[in-house]
Design a protein. Structure first.
Lengths: 179, 213
Protein backbone atom coordinates (compact mmCIF):
# COMPACT_ATOMS: atom_id res chain seq x y z
CA UNK A 1 0.00 0.00 0.00
CA UNK A 2 1.07 3.59 -0.63
CA UNK A 3 2.98 4.83 2.43
CA UNK A 4 0.94 8.04 2.55
CA UNK A 5 -2.38 6.23 2.35
CA UNK A 6 -1.31 3.72 4.96
CA UNK A 7 -0.13 6.43 7.35
CA UNK A 8 -3.25 8.54 6.84
CA UNK A 9 -5.62 5.63 7.33
CA UNK A 10 -3.73 4.58 10.46
CA UNK A 11 -3.99 8.14 11.82
CA UNK A 12 -0.24 8.48 12.10
CA UNK A 13 0.89 12.13 12.23
CA UNK A 14 3.12 11.50 9.22
CA UNK A 15 0.01 10.80 7.12
CA UNK A 16 -1.49 14.19 7.88
CA UNK A 17 1.85 15.94 7.45
CA UNK A 18 2.55 14.30 4.07
CA UNK A 19 -0.91 15.10 2.74
CA UNK A 20 -0.52 18.68 3.86
CA UNK A 21 2.95 18.96 2.32
CA UNK A 22 1.68 17.68 -1.02
CA UNK A 23 -1.54 19.62 -1.36
CA UNK A 24 -1.55 22.50 1.12
CA UNK A 25 -1.69 25.15 -1.61
CA UNK A 26 -4.62 23.41 -3.28
CA UNK A 27 -6.48 23.12 0.01
CA UNK A 28 -5.98 26.78 0.81
CA UNK A 29 -6.92 27.79 -2.73
CA UNK A 30 -10.24 26.02 -2.34
CA UNK A 31 -10.90 27.70 1.01
CA UNK A 32 -9.76 31.16 -0.12
CA UNK A 33 -12.02 30.96 -3.15
CA UNK A 34 -14.96 30.78 -0.76
CA UNK A 35 -13.74 32.83 2.21
CA UNK A 36 -12.06 36.15 1.63
CA UNK A 37 -10.52 36.30 5.11
CA UNK A 38 -7.15 34.53 4.98
CA UNK A 39 -7.06 33.54 8.64
CA UNK A 40 -10.57 32.09 8.52
CA UNK A 41 -9.68 30.17 5.37
CA UNK A 42 -6.65 28.66 7.09
CA UNK A 43 -8.88 27.75 10.04
CA UNK A 44 -11.14 25.85 7.66
CA UNK A 45 -8.23 23.96 6.13
CA UNK A 46 -6.94 23.06 9.58
CA UNK A 47 -10.31 21.97 10.94
CA UNK A 48 -11.25 19.92 7.88
CA UNK A 49 -7.94 18.07 7.65
CA UNK A 50 -7.70 17.33 11.35
CA UNK A 51 -11.29 16.10 11.50
CA UNK A 52 -10.83 13.74 8.59
CA UNK A 53 -7.50 12.50 9.83
CA UNK A 54 -8.86 11.80 13.32
CA UNK A 55 -11.89 9.87 12.08
CA UNK A 56 -11.26 6.18 12.75
CA UNK A 57 -10.44 4.12 9.66
CA UNK A 58 -11.66 7.01 7.60
CA UNK A 59 -10.08 6.32 4.25
CA UNK A 60 -9.29 3.61 1.78
CA UNK A 61 -8.30 4.35 -1.77
CA UNK A 62 -5.39 5.68 -3.74
CA UNK A 63 -3.50 8.96 -3.56
CA UNK A 64 -5.64 10.80 -6.11
CA UNK A 65 -8.77 9.73 -4.32
CA UNK A 66 -7.39 10.97 -1.04
CA UNK A 67 -6.64 14.33 -2.62
CA UNK A 68 -10.16 14.61 -4.06
CA UNK A 69 -11.67 13.54 -0.77
CA UNK A 70 -9.70 16.11 1.24
CA UNK A 71 -10.46 18.85 -1.27
CA UNK A 72 -14.17 18.12 -0.88
CA UNK A 73 -13.88 18.23 2.90
CA UNK A 74 -12.09 21.58 2.82
CA UNK A 75 -14.68 23.00 0.42
CA UNK A 76 -17.52 21.78 2.60
CA UNK A 77 -15.89 23.26 5.70
CA UNK A 78 -15.47 26.61 3.97
CA UNK A 79 -19.04 26.66 2.64
CA UNK A 80 -20.35 25.77 6.09
CA UNK A 81 -18.34 28.63 7.55
CA UNK A 82 -19.59 31.04 4.89
CA UNK A 83 -23.22 30.10 5.40
CA UNK A 84 -22.89 30.27 9.18
CA UNK A 85 -21.40 33.72 8.95
CA UNK A 86 -24.03 34.82 6.47
CA UNK A 87 -26.73 34.16 8.98
CA UNK A 88 -25.10 36.73 11.24
CA UNK A 89 -24.38 39.21 8.50
CA UNK A 90 -25.94 38.85 5.07
CA UNK A 91 -23.67 41.54 3.75
CA UNK A 92 -20.60 39.47 4.55
CA UNK A 93 -21.92 36.72 2.30
CA UNK A 94 -22.52 39.16 -0.52
CA UNK A 95 -19.02 40.58 -0.21
CA UNK A 96 -17.35 37.19 -0.01
CA UNK A 97 -18.96 35.76 -3.12
CA UNK A 98 -17.80 36.16 -6.63
CA UNK A 99 -19.90 38.74 -8.33
CA UNK A 100 -21.14 38.44 -11.91
CA UNK A 101 -24.18 36.25 -12.14
CA UNK A 102 -24.02 34.89 -15.63
CA UNK A 103 -20.35 35.28 -16.47
CA UNK A 104 -18.60 33.22 -13.82
CA UNK A 105 -15.62 31.55 -15.44
CA UNK A 106 -12.94 29.30 -13.98
CA UNK A 107 -9.68 31.21 -13.62
CA UNK A 108 -6.92 29.64 -15.68
CA UNK A 109 -3.64 29.35 -13.81
CA UNK A 110 -1.74 26.41 -15.24
CA UNK A 111 -2.61 25.80 -18.90
CA UNK A 112 -1.19 22.31 -18.78
CA UNK A 113 -3.16 21.37 -15.70
CA UNK A 114 -6.40 22.88 -16.89
CA UNK A 115 -6.30 22.21 -20.62
CA UNK A 116 -8.39 19.06 -20.48
CA UNK A 117 -10.79 20.63 -18.02
CA UNK A 118 -11.25 23.75 -20.12
CA UNK A 119 -11.82 21.66 -23.21
CA UNK A 120 -14.36 19.48 -21.50
CA UNK A 121 -16.15 22.49 -20.04
CA UNK A 122 -16.26 24.15 -23.43
CA UNK A 123 -18.02 21.14 -24.93
CA UNK A 124 -20.82 21.22 -22.39
CA UNK A 125 -24.14 22.67 -23.50
CA UNK A 126 -24.20 26.32 -22.47
CA UNK A 127 -27.00 25.95 -19.93
CA UNK A 128 -25.27 23.04 -18.21
CA UNK A 129 -21.95 24.80 -18.20
CA UNK A 130 -23.43 28.01 -16.77
CA UNK A 131 -25.20 26.14 -13.98
CA UNK A 132 -22.03 24.28 -13.01
CA UNK A 133 -19.94 27.45 -13.11
CA UNK A 134 -22.35 29.21 -10.79
CA UNK A 135 -22.40 26.24 -8.43
CA UNK A 136 -18.67 25.64 -8.18
CA UNK A 137 -16.92 28.88 -8.99
CA UNK A 138 -19.81 31.11 -7.89
CA UNK A 139 -20.39 29.16 -4.65
CA UNK A 140 -24.14 29.30 -5.13
CA UNK A 141 -26.67 26.70 -4.09
CA UNK A 142 -28.95 25.13 -6.66
CA UNK A 143 -31.82 27.06 -5.08
CA UNK A 144 -30.00 30.36 -5.59
CA UNK A 145 -29.10 29.44 -9.15
CA UNK A 146 -32.71 28.57 -9.93
CA UNK A 147 -33.77 32.01 -8.75
CA UNK A 148 -31.02 33.79 -10.65
CA UNK A 149 -31.63 32.17 -14.01
CA UNK A 150 -35.38 31.95 -13.44
CA UNK A 151 -35.59 28.22 -14.06
CA UNK A 152 -37.29 25.43 -12.09
CA UNK A 153 -35.20 23.91 -9.31
CA UNK A 154 -35.41 20.46 -10.88
CA UNK A 155 -34.09 21.81 -14.14
CA UNK A 156 -31.06 23.32 -12.42
CA UNK A 157 -30.34 20.09 -10.58
CA UNK A 158 -30.53 18.18 -13.84
CA UNK A 159 -28.22 20.61 -15.62
CA UNK A 160 -25.57 20.39 -12.90
CA UNK A 161 -25.87 16.62 -12.63
CA UNK A 162 -25.57 16.16 -16.38
CA UNK A 163 -22.59 18.51 -16.54
CA UNK A 164 -20.79 16.61 -13.81
CA UNK A 165 -21.42 13.26 -15.46
CA UNK A 166 -20.25 14.49 -18.85
CA UNK A 167 -17.10 15.93 -17.32
CA UNK A 168 -16.41 12.66 -15.59
CA UNK A 169 -16.85 10.73 -18.81
CA UNK A 170 -14.41 13.03 -20.59
CA UNK A 171 -11.83 13.44 -17.86
CA UNK A 172 -11.80 9.78 -16.89
CA UNK A 173 -11.31 8.51 -20.42
CA UNK A 174 -7.79 7.91 -21.75
CA UNK A 175 -6.67 10.99 -23.59
CA UNK A 176 -9.79 12.78 -22.41
CA UNK A 177 -10.09 15.81 -24.60
CA UNK A 178 -11.29 15.51 -28.18
CA UNK A 179 -10.11 18.95 -29.18
CA UNK B 1 -33.00 1.05 1.82
CA UNK B 2 -34.60 3.98 0.06
CA UNK B 3 -34.31 4.35 -3.71
CA UNK B 4 -31.04 5.52 -5.22
CA UNK B 5 -29.86 9.08 -4.91
CA UNK B 6 -30.30 10.31 -8.45
CA UNK B 7 -29.01 13.78 -9.25
CA UNK B 8 -28.16 14.58 -5.64
CA UNK B 9 -25.12 12.30 -6.06
CA UNK B 10 -23.53 14.92 -8.33
CA UNK B 11 -24.69 17.90 -6.28
CA UNK B 12 -23.42 16.56 -2.98
CA UNK B 13 -19.65 16.87 -3.62
CA UNK B 14 -20.20 20.48 -4.69
CA UNK B 15 -21.54 21.29 -1.23
CA UNK B 16 -24.68 22.95 -2.58
CA UNK B 17 -27.42 20.75 -1.16
CA UNK B 18 -29.40 21.88 1.86
CA UNK B 19 -28.83 20.22 5.23
CA UNK B 20 -31.63 17.66 4.94
CA UNK B 21 -30.59 16.55 1.46
CA UNK B 22 -26.96 16.38 2.55
CA UNK B 23 -27.78 14.14 5.49
CA UNK B 24 -29.89 11.92 3.25
CA UNK B 25 -26.96 11.48 0.85
CA UNK B 26 -24.56 10.71 3.70
CA UNK B 27 -26.86 8.09 5.19
CA UNK B 28 -27.48 6.51 1.81
CA UNK B 29 -23.91 6.25 0.52
CA UNK B 30 -22.80 4.63 3.74
CA UNK B 31 -24.84 1.60 2.75
CA UNK B 32 -25.23 1.74 -1.05
CA UNK B 33 -22.14 0.93 -3.07
CA UNK B 34 -23.69 1.98 -6.39
CA UNK B 35 -24.47 5.49 -5.19
CA UNK B 36 -21.18 5.66 -3.29
CA UNK B 37 -19.37 5.04 -6.55
CA UNK B 38 -21.43 7.69 -8.31
CA UNK B 39 -20.60 10.19 -5.56
CA UNK B 40 -16.92 9.25 -5.75
CA UNK B 41 -16.91 9.94 -9.49
CA UNK B 42 -18.48 13.32 -8.93
CA UNK B 43 -15.90 13.89 -6.22
CA UNK B 44 -13.11 13.41 -8.73
CA UNK B 45 -14.71 15.92 -11.07
CA UNK B 46 -15.01 18.46 -8.25
CA UNK B 47 -11.31 18.02 -7.51
CA UNK B 48 -10.53 18.72 -11.16
CA UNK B 49 -12.54 21.92 -10.95
CA UNK B 50 -10.55 22.91 -7.86
CA UNK B 51 -7.29 22.47 -9.75
CA UNK B 52 -8.20 25.48 -11.91
CA UNK B 53 -8.31 27.86 -8.95
CA UNK B 54 -5.46 30.32 -8.37
CA UNK B 55 -2.96 28.76 -6.01
CA UNK B 56 -2.68 30.23 -2.51
CA UNK B 57 0.31 29.97 -0.22
CA UNK B 58 -0.41 28.89 3.35
CA UNK B 59 1.32 30.67 6.21
CA UNK B 60 3.99 28.71 8.11
CA UNK B 61 1.70 28.95 11.14
CA UNK B 62 -0.88 26.67 9.51
CA UNK B 63 1.63 23.87 9.11
CA UNK B 64 2.70 24.26 12.73
CA UNK B 65 -0.91 24.16 13.93
CA UNK B 66 -1.56 20.99 11.97
CA UNK B 67 1.51 19.27 13.39
CA UNK B 68 0.42 20.38 16.86
CA UNK B 69 -3.08 19.01 16.30
CA UNK B 70 -1.65 15.71 15.08
CA UNK B 71 0.14 15.12 18.34
CA UNK B 72 -1.53 12.42 20.45
CA UNK B 73 -4.10 13.72 22.92
CA UNK B 74 -4.91 10.62 24.97
CA UNK B 75 -7.40 12.27 27.30
CA UNK B 76 -9.58 13.85 24.67
CA UNK B 77 -11.91 12.15 22.23
CA UNK B 78 -13.53 14.47 19.75
CA UNK B 79 -16.84 13.71 18.16
CA UNK B 80 -16.09 13.36 14.50
CA UNK B 81 -18.18 15.12 11.88
CA UNK B 82 -20.48 12.95 9.84
CA UNK B 83 -19.52 14.59 6.56
CA UNK B 84 -15.92 13.40 6.13
CA UNK B 85 -16.83 10.05 7.52
CA UNK B 86 -19.62 9.59 5.02
CA UNK B 87 -17.35 10.61 2.18
CA UNK B 88 -14.80 8.11 3.35
CA UNK B 89 -17.54 5.53 3.47
CA UNK B 90 -18.33 6.40 -0.11
CA UNK B 91 -14.78 5.66 -1.15
CA UNK B 92 -14.62 2.48 0.81
CA UNK B 93 -17.83 1.16 -0.66
CA UNK B 94 -17.27 2.45 -4.14
CA UNK B 95 -13.82 1.07 -4.68
CA UNK B 96 -13.74 -2.00 -2.56
CA UNK B 97 -17.42 -2.79 -2.90
CA UNK B 98 -17.56 -5.65 -0.46
CA UNK B 99 -20.68 -6.52 1.43
CA UNK B 100 -18.97 -7.03 4.73
CA UNK B 101 -17.75 -3.48 4.58
CA UNK B 102 -21.29 -2.21 4.76
CA UNK B 103 -21.60 -3.91 8.11
CA UNK B 104 -18.37 -2.40 9.32
CA UNK B 105 -19.44 1.02 8.14
CA UNK B 106 -22.76 0.73 9.86
CA UNK B 107 -20.92 0.09 13.11
CA UNK B 108 -18.73 3.09 12.53
CA UNK B 109 -21.74 5.27 11.90
CA UNK B 110 -23.22 4.15 15.15
CA UNK B 111 -20.00 4.99 16.94
CA UNK B 112 -20.50 8.61 15.92
CA UNK B 113 -23.12 8.82 18.62
CA UNK B 114 -20.83 7.53 21.33
CA UNK B 115 -21.25 10.74 23.30
CA UNK B 116 -25.03 10.41 23.31
CA UNK B 117 -24.85 6.78 24.32
CA UNK B 118 -22.47 7.68 27.13
CA UNK B 119 -24.99 10.19 28.43
CA UNK B 120 -27.94 7.87 28.17
CA UNK B 121 -26.25 5.41 30.50
CA UNK B 122 -24.97 7.96 33.00
CA UNK B 123 -26.12 10.29 35.73
CA UNK B 124 -24.91 13.72 34.81
CA UNK B 125 -25.08 17.41 35.65
CA UNK B 126 -25.04 20.33 33.29
CA UNK B 127 -23.99 23.94 33.52
CA UNK B 128 -24.16 26.90 31.16
CA UNK B 129 -20.83 28.55 30.58
CA UNK B 130 -20.46 32.21 31.52
CA UNK B 131 -19.62 34.33 28.46
CA UNK B 132 -16.38 36.27 28.51
CA UNK B 133 -14.80 38.88 26.21
CA UNK B 134 -16.60 41.10 23.72
CA UNK B 135 -17.14 38.19 21.38
CA UNK B 136 -18.36 35.42 23.66
CA UNK B 137 -19.69 32.03 22.71
CA UNK B 138 -22.80 30.33 24.05
CA UNK B 139 -21.82 26.97 25.45
CA UNK B 140 -22.92 24.31 27.87
CA UNK B 141 -21.11 21.52 29.68
CA UNK B 142 -22.67 18.16 30.46
CA UNK B 143 -20.60 16.07 32.84
CA UNK B 144 -20.85 12.80 34.70
CA UNK B 145 -21.48 13.09 38.41
CA UNK B 146 -18.57 10.75 39.02
CA UNK B 147 -16.32 12.92 36.83
CA UNK B 148 -15.66 10.14 34.32
CA UNK B 149 -16.63 12.16 31.25
CA UNK B 150 -17.29 15.72 30.18
CA UNK B 151 -19.11 16.87 27.06
CA UNK B 152 -18.72 20.45 25.91
CA UNK B 153 -21.17 21.90 23.37
CA UNK B 154 -20.78 25.36 21.85
CA UNK B 155 -23.40 27.03 19.65
CA UNK B 156 -22.09 29.02 16.66
CA UNK B 157 -18.44 28.78 17.75
CA UNK B 158 -17.32 31.47 15.31
CA UNK B 159 -13.92 29.85 14.83
CA UNK B 160 -11.79 27.16 16.37
CA UNK B 161 -12.47 26.69 20.08
CA UNK B 162 -9.97 25.21 22.48
CA UNK B 163 -10.88 23.85 25.93
CA UNK B 164 -8.58 24.37 28.91
CA UNK B 165 -9.38 22.80 32.28
CA UNK B 166 -8.32 23.37 35.86
CA UNK B 167 -7.91 20.47 38.25
CA UNK B 168 -6.90 20.26 41.88
CA UNK B 169 -3.28 19.88 40.84
CA UNK B 170 -3.03 22.38 38.00
CA UNK B 171 -4.19 23.05 34.46
CA UNK B 172 -4.68 20.64 31.59
CA UNK B 173 -5.32 21.03 27.88
CA UNK B 174 -8.48 19.18 26.88
CA UNK B 175 -8.06 19.77 23.14
CA UNK B 176 -9.91 21.45 20.28
CA UNK B 177 -13.66 21.28 19.85
CA UNK B 178 -14.78 19.68 16.61
CA UNK B 179 -17.17 21.72 14.49
CA UNK B 180 -20.26 19.99 13.13
CA UNK B 181 -22.62 22.36 11.36
CA UNK B 182 -23.80 25.06 13.75
CA UNK B 183 -22.12 23.57 16.79
CA UNK B 184 -18.75 22.44 18.07
CA UNK B 185 -18.34 19.63 20.58
CA UNK B 186 -15.75 17.81 22.62
CA UNK B 187 -16.08 14.61 24.62
CA UNK B 188 -13.38 14.09 27.23
CA UNK B 189 -12.62 11.29 29.65
CA UNK B 190 -10.37 13.11 32.12
CA UNK B 191 -7.78 11.38 34.24
CA UNK B 192 -8.48 13.55 37.24
CA UNK B 193 -11.48 15.53 38.40
CA UNK B 194 -11.91 18.81 36.58
CA UNK B 195 -13.11 21.77 38.60
CA UNK B 196 -13.50 24.35 35.85
CA UNK B 197 -13.29 24.71 32.07
CA UNK B 198 -12.45 27.74 29.95
CA UNK B 199 -13.05 27.96 26.22
CA UNK B 200 -10.55 29.92 24.16
CA UNK B 201 -10.78 31.28 20.64
CA UNK B 202 -7.52 32.50 19.08
CA UNK B 203 -5.93 32.50 22.53
CA UNK B 204 -8.64 34.67 24.16
CA UNK B 205 -11.08 33.39 26.76
CA UNK B 206 -14.64 33.36 25.43
CA UNK B 207 -16.55 31.31 28.05
CA UNK B 208 -15.94 29.55 31.34
CA UNK B 209 -17.73 27.50 33.96
CA UNK B 210 -17.06 25.79 37.26
CA UNK B 211 -18.20 22.19 37.71
CA UNK B 212 -19.93 21.12 40.95
CA UNK B 213 -20.11 17.40 41.66
Amino acid sequence: MDELIEAFAARRPSGLEQAYALWSSLFLSVARHIISDGAAAEDCVHDALVRVWRAPNSFSGNREMLKAYLVACVRNEALTFLRRESRHDARALKAARLTPVTTVEPPVVDPVETQRLQGALARLPEEQRAALMLAYYGNKTHVEIAKEVDAPLGTIKSRISMAMRKLHAELASPGGSRS
Amino acid sequence: MTEHLGEDAELYPLGILDDDATRNVERHIALCSACAQRVAQAQAVAASLAAALPLATPSPALGRRLRESARPQPTAKSRASFFPFALAAAFALAFLGLGWQALVLRERLQSEDVALVTMVHSHFNHVSMDPESTSPVTAKILYARDGSWIYVIADKPGGTLHAMARTATGSTDLGTLTSAGETATLLVHPRERIVSITLQRAGANVASAALAY
